[in-house]
Every structure is written in C-alpha cells, then in structure tokens.
Design a protein around this ligand. Sequence first.
Ligand code: SAH
Length: 355
Amino acid sequence: MTKSEIEQWLREDDEERLALLWSRADGIRKERVGEEVHLRGLIEMSNHCARACGYCGLRAENRKIGRYRMSTEEVLACAKRAVLLGYGTVVIQAGEDDAITLEGMSDIIRSIKSSTSLAITLSLGERSEEEFRAWREAGADRYLLRFETSNRALFHHIHPPRRNQGPADRIEILHRLGAIGYEVGSGVLIGVPSQTYSDLAEDVCTFRELDLDMIGVGPYIPHPDTPLFAEVPDWGRAGPDQAHNTELMAYKMVALTRIACPDTNIPSTSALATLNKAQGRELGLMRGANVCMPNLTPVQYRAMYEIYPGKACINETAEQCSVCLAGRIHSIGRVVGKGRGDSANWHRRRDEAEG
Ligand code: SAH
C-alpha cells in the first residue's frame, strides 16, 4: 500500500468500503498472527515525570494530580498476580521518573525473572544508553517508546526537551533499542491538533520502515490540565486536512497498520476502550489487533495515572479486568494466548542475524 492509498483510506467514510478494509485487516491478522489474543499485564509503576509533554496529564507542571511511586515489593506483588492470572508478560510503565534508577530497576527485573517465566516489557520513556543496556542484561525482553507522530515539527511542539537537554530523537532511540536486542515497540497518537491525514499516512509508512515488533496506536484524548487542550479545534470547523481523534479513525489506523506490518503485535488500546467502553476493545481486535493490556496496577493508584481523563477500567481489580477481558475475547470467537506471545517479527530478525 502506498502512502497515498493509506491517506485515501483515512479519508474514507463509506461504510461498505470500510467493511472491505476491516475484513482485509482481519484476514491478514488471522493468517499471520492467528486467533490467540495475548494478554500483557500493565503495571503503572510511577506517575512522577520530569517532562512537559503537551498532551499528557502526568507532565511535571500538572499540580492537580497526586503523585505516587510503587515500592519494589508492590511491583513484585503485581508480577505474582500476573502469573496467577495466567498472563505471559508484564508491561512496566511510568513517567520519566529519575527516582527509577539503573540499579533499582535492574533489581526489580532480576527478581521477576528469577521467580517467574514472565516476559518483561519496559515503557519508562527516554532513558540513557547505559540504562537500556543494563536493563536488557538484567533480563528485560521488550521496550515500548511511541514516536507519537512522524511530523518532526509537531513532535517537538508537543514533546519539548527536558531541561538542559537537546530535542529528543525517538526514532534514533528505537534503532538503538533494536541493536541492544530488545523487541521494539512504538506507536502514535491519532488526532492531535494540527496533525494531518498525510501525517498519519506517513506514520504507517514509518512503522513499516522501522520493522517494529509491537505497534500501539490510539486516539488522542484531550486532557484539560495540559497546554495542548487549548489548541483542540472545534472539530466541526477544523480544516479538511486535520485528522480527527475519533474511534473510527483509530480503527482505520489499526487496520492499516496490520496491513502494512502483518507480523507485528498490535494492542487494542485502553484509549480506544475509553472512547467506546461497551465495544472498543472487541472492535479493535476484529480490525487488526491481537493483544490486550489488562491493568494490574493496585486500585489505589489507578486514578492517579491519569495520562488522559475518563480512562477505562480505573475502579476494577486486576481479577475483574482479567475475567472481563477473557469474556470479551471469547465473545468474538478468539482465544486467550498462552505463553509469552513473542513477536514473530523479532524471531525472524534474530534467525536472520544468526544466519
Ligand atoms: N513516559 C513514557 C510512558 C508514557 S504513557 C513515555 O513517554 O514513553 C504511554 C503513552 O500514552 C504515550 O506514549 C502516549 O502516546 C499516550 N498518551 C499520553 N497522553 C495521552 C492522551 N492525552 N491521549 C491519548 N494517549 C495519550
């Protein structure tokens, strides 16, 4: 699919034609990654953040949220719960929190690895090369870092540099993570103010070029306590090129991503479930996605990890999330994945490297 074909699909509104897109994406999903839906237990370890991202409620300047950081014991308890619930992976996510140190995080990773057979995915923001290497050596398997948008000017506008640092280059970091041996995941926001359909089409082309193992795409959900909120257009009057942050646009991006990157693992994201609590997860899974990320964060912290408002599943316990998701997966005729659910793409790359 060329960039202009991708852009045409993003502008397509005819339901019958879109049904063709959904069925093509679902067919490729079935053929390439199968019927299993892999569950990744999400541990939101800390909401402290040193950055000032224009879109995210965890930004340092937001004084309206209470801050928390889980202890090592609390993280390990979440990992144990993941094992009991039958998950193959935990995703440890946080703001860019300098109190999460090279040594402290390495200890957590080693403890989980020595007591469970879980795969570990980290999503801790832009960290040093030394930290990336140490955490991989300690046993972390995967790293998630969304490049958020391939439009460089827009990225720097919504993702200003940290104090005393130059502008971030997340694409460069993704290459380094791959070279260190991680399974590499990335993704983008959909419908950021002044993001165009052409930008989104370029995002899908960038996914393909980066040969990613995991790709998460989700609607941008405006947070009132962030600067970007003031830029959100009156959608009815937005220009013809402004990409909309709708549920439909998110499904189109999931489907196009599956078609462009057939072997990659694609989650049906929580942001999508937030826009459509009744059916968002299922529709994502039926239009290209093959992964879900049930929340394992202790209930007392969940509401504080408010990257965007109205987040789905903030009052449920880990057990309730697990039962709910399994039910949703079965209701659409799919099965809950067993084992770690590694990326087929990563295995292929490693086999090629080993000759
Ligand atoms: N600090 C880590 C983890 C951030 S949260 C990092 O920067 O990588 C994970 C993802 O949530 C972000 O990459 C972003 O794409 C998404 N996110 C943040 N704010 C959002 C919002 N207002 N609406 C939708 N998604 C958002």
